[in-house]
Design a protein around this ligand. Structure first.
Ligand SMILES: [Zn+2]
Length: 277
């Protein structure tokens, strides 16, 4: 049930439901609060929360069992709308578009794409930007591709998130992301939706990602209710956008300059962190 609430409250309905951001002490939260102190759901659990600081030097050895991540529909052209959810910029299927035709199979479970969104630092002085770090390094931005289990049993690990770390270190705009960010984020009020012109493919957004080189761990949503039902895949090699594009994200009304990352935890045994060889 928690995962259902998470998805509906935070990921999908939330993005288009104006009621969502009205103040309700049971559901209201903000990144300016101590992220570890959100008094909701599983947020104060010490079992398998996310994000975590990932490391290849933590004494664990690489796992031969982790193979190539295969995304079915990787090259499919999809029509996307962007929404300011009040907490992030969310990409969802345009009317009539079914993002669920894009899927990933992990540990013999099929997961269907629901949405994607971003986390970033509001200011250069912020200690993070990305939610995860790899061998001590955070990046400016992190993209999350959120998939849900195809058979909707909503059991443990009913959500799979593919995470891509993004550095704002390119002199040129990353044209694959330009299509998204150029819709004009600085006048997108909360719940406002804009259409991305034409279509995009996941393949273009993930250009440069090595699907054979990643961390896998058992974790949680990084926003309340922090449900511990997420199978995480965090790709090891960051991709790049320009500083101008980071500033476009930061221009998102009511979110941008605050930043929207949860403070990363040290992994616990419950996280069962693995990485590819
Ligand atoms: Zn996220």
């Amino acid at each position: 049930m928690a995962s259902f609430l998470c998805l509906t409250l935070l990921c999908l309905t939330a993005a288009i439901n104006a009621q969502w951001y009205k103040h309700d002490p049971k559901t209201h939260w903000h990144y300016r609060h101590d992220p570890k102190g959100w008094p909701m759901g599983d947020c104060q659990s010490t079992n398998r929360q996310s994000p975590v600081k990932l490391s290849t030097k933590s004494g664990i050895t690489c796992s031969e069992n982790l193979g190539w991540i295969n995304i079915d529909g990787f090259r499919s052209q999809i029509r996307v709308n962007l929404v300011n959810s009040g907490k992030t910029l969310v990409g969802i299927g345009a009317p009539g578009e079914n993002l669920g035709r894009i899927s990933v199979t992990l540990d013999n479970k099929k997961y269907l794409l629901k949405q994607f969104h971003f986390h970033w630092s509001g200011q250069d002085s912020h200690p993070q930007g990305s939610e995860h770090s790899i061998d001590g390094a955070f990046t400016d931005v992190e993209m999350h591709l959120v998939f849900t289990e195809a058979d909707t049993t909503l059991e443990i690990d009913s959500i799979a998130i593919l995470a891509v770390l993004i550095k704002a270190d390119s002199y040129r705009d990353n044209w694959k992301f330009a299509k998204l960010f150029n819709v004009g984020l600085s006048d997108m009020y909360i719940t406002k939706m804009k259409s991305v012109p034409g279509s995009i493919s996941l393949g273009s957004l993930l250009y440069g990602v090595d699907f054979n080189n990643y961390f896998r761990y058992e974790g949680s949503m990084t926003t309340p209710p922090c449900s511990e039902n997420v199978k995480w895949t965090v790709f090891r090699d960051p991709i790049s956008i320009s500083k101008t594009q980071l500033e476009q994200l930061r221009s998102l009304i009511a979110v941008g300059r605050t930043g929207n990352f949860r403070i990363a935890f040290d992994p616990t045994p419950g996280n069962k962190v693995e990485f590819t060889c």
